[in-house]
Design a protein around this ligand. Structure first.
Ligand SMILES: Cc1cc2nc3c(=O)[nH]c(=O)nc-3n(C[C@H](O)[C@H](O)[C@H](O)COP(=O)(O)O)c2cc1C
Length: 156
């Protein structure tokens, strides 16, 4: 099972990047190595070469960050049927936050992917202009990574 992760992270605190690192680390510890790429470097890879695609982005203006939207738009026309996918985002915990994962899942499903597990919403808070994960969220992130590793088909 080859697993590709593509994530974006925008703020200086790189919160979504830290979530991505933690998910990749626990999955690798669980026997599922993950090849993780910052979205700005993802042109080097072809999603069609992988069995599983994990995408993560900050929620910005109720949607995935601009670079993630561009990455997903770039996949349009690729046949990813037979592959599994999972999504995560970082967002404020509010009824008006929106949800980047919903949009990312829709794009991946349209390309033919099957969603392996419910998406991860990692909640952030800000101190001034600096974002950080809320208390307890990193444990939730790691548990999600472990669950995802277990949910993936053992053989590609
Ligand atoms: C321009 C801008 C728009 C944002 N829009 C939303 C939003 O619609 N919903 C939300 O929950 N958080 C929103 N946020 C907060 C981001 O989700 C937060 O900055 C992000 O989780 C930080 O992750 P990063 O460090 O990986 O960039 C916004 C932040 C910025 C700077």
């Amino acid at each position: 099972m080859r697993v590709l992760m593509v994530y974006d992270t925008v703020s200086e605190a790189k919160v979504t990047g830290k979530v991505a690192d933690a998910v990749a680390a626990v999955m690798s510890e669980g026997g599922v190595p993950v090849e993780a790429y910052f979205v700005g470097d993802a042109k080097k890879v072809d999603a069609r070469d992988y069995d599983c695609l994990i995408v993560g982005a900050p929620t910005m203006a109720w949607r995935p960050s601009r670079r993630m939207k561009e990455f997903l738009a770039g996949l349009e026309g690729s046949d990813l049927s037979g592959k599994v996918a999972a999504t995560f985002d970082t967002q404020l915990r509010s009824s008006v936050s929106g949800n980047a994962t919903k949009h990312m899942e829709k794009s991946l499903t349209r390309l033919g992917c099957r969603i392996a597990v419910p998406s991860l919403l990692a909640y952030v808070e800000s101190e001034g202009n600096v974002y950080k994960l809320k208390s307890g969220e990193m444990e939730k992130v790691k548990a999600w990574g472990r669950d995802l590793a277990k949910a993936l088909p053992k053989q590609a």
